[in-house]
Design a protein. Structure first.
Length: 416
């Protein structure tokens, strides 16, 4: 369920390159002074050329992420390019390439340590070229991504997940016309600064102590212990962000069945009987309204997904199975069960391990809303009137349970 977005700066036909002197301001923009500013000036010519090259660079970056930098197109990088992330600092194209190859398991050390490394690119933006006060400005290029890697050197083979942004600093020149002189990576889990505008990543993300990064990494390598068995295969999703205390996920559209319930075990029993032979999916999704009084009573509901939209099938829910349509329309013992549809959406989630009792669920919901507000994310309007929580495990199962609170986000209320 890829959500790749490429932002293309405007371009004009390529003209001859003017002489220029580059300098960088504090806003992540490279400036190049020129001698004239009229309509046919070298400034306009340089702006047109750089806009075309910047668009090409962003396409190259998208291809590099898709292939996990195999190959890395070194002609776009300065020979002494710098790379900085919360754990690593290095310089030079060869060091840069070796670091990626190790993570991808393409070196001897990498083959011993890691397995299954992969990266999802969510967007490539920036690189806009503009003119101001006689200078041409090139903005940073910013990518958003999610990286997964398995530490196979440990017997329980834990998976570490990192999401974040990469900020590419550019300068004119080099083999391609624009050169990457530096890349700085930030993690969503440790680098987001509270209360900052998410539309300006260069100010929302801040450098933190390397100790914080080590703790974040090692925390993901701990064994999970005995897990309760899953009730069913899970609806797949694209992880957009692993934040500090929450995740953002993009779920595909899905169709399902829904019933009101008083007790969860009764709801499980009703949906289980209806869905026999239909291969329902996890999780069970419960919706409970807050401040429910008798004058405006709204029933609690439980939903089981049945089928989801495959990649390339669009954002809407697929049609429900014919057996479900026939049963739901037949009345009788199934009169309380209805079909439901959910289009593709971005959901914020926060996990909890305690029993899913009212105070526990509502407290988790409040905590999640506070985290979203801190990071500049906007829940769907009206979602504060209820709580949505999920259960993945079989009823009465033993072991560590998996439960979550879900909050849908507004379109445009997140950077994805």
């Amino acid at each position: 369920f890829s959500n790749l977005q490429l932002s293309h700066p405007a371009s004009r036909p390529s003209l001859s390159k003017p002489q220029h002197t580059p300098r960088r301001n504090n806003g992540g923009i490279l400036r190049m002074s020129t001698a004239s500013t009229d309509a046919s000036s070298p400034t306009t010519q340089q702006q047109s050329e750089l806009a075309t090259i910047a668009t090409k660079l962003k396409r190259v970056l998208a291809q590099e992420y898709t292939s996990f930098f195999d190959p890395m197109v070194s002609s776009w990088y300065k020979s002494d390019v710098t790379f900085v992330d919360p754990l690593t600092s290095l310089s030079g194209v060869d060091s840069y390439r070796n670091n990626v190859d190790m993570l991808a398991g393409r070196t001897l050390m990498g083959k011993l340590l890691f397995d299954g490394a992969g990266i999802n690119l969510h967007s490539v933006t920036g690189g806009e070229v503009s003119e101001k006060n006689g200078s041409v400005e090139i903005a940073d290029v910013i990518t958003r991504w999610t990286l997964r890697v398995t530490a196979k050197v440990l017997p329980w083979k834990p998976e570490a997940v990192f999401s974040g942004i990469s900020v590419y600093k550019l300068q004119p020149g080099g083999k391609e016309g624009i050169t990457i002189v530096g890349q700085t990576d930030y993690w969503d889990s440790i680098n987001i600064k509270e209360g900052m505008d998410p539309s300006v990543p260069q100010t929302q993300y801040q450098t933190v102590s390397k100790t914080d990064a080590i703790q974040d990494f090692l925390g993901q390598l701990q064994p999970d212990g005995f897990q309760a068995p899953a009730a069913a295969p899970e609806v797949p999703y694209l992880l957009l962000r692993r934040g500090n205390g929450y995740e953002l996920r993009q779920y595909p559209g899905f169709c399902g069945i829904e019933t009101p319930y008083e007790r969860r075990d009764y709801g499980f029993g009703s949906l289980g009987a209806f869905a026999k032979g239909m291969n329902p999916l996890a999780p069970s999704i419960m919706k409970v309204y807050n401040d429910n009084d008798e004058a405006e009573f709204k029933e609690k509901t439980m939903t089981w997904p049945l089928q989801f939209a495959m990649p390339g099938e669009g954002k809407e829910a697929p049609k429900p199975p014919s057996a479900a349509v026939e049963k739901a329309g037949g009345g009788g013992q199934w009169r309380s069960i209805s079909l439901t549809e959910q289009p593709q959406r971005v959901v914020a989630i926060r996990a909890f391990e305690d029993a899913a009792m009212g105070p526990v669920v509502r407290n988790c919901d409040r905590e999640l809303r506070a985290l979203l507000k801190s990071d500049g994310l906007t829940p769907v309007k009206g979602s504060e009137e209820f709580v949505v929580f999920t259960q993945y495990d079989a009823v009465h199962s033993m072991g560590k349970r998996r439960s979550e609170v879900w909050i849908d986000l507004e379109d445009g209320g997140h950077p994805f």
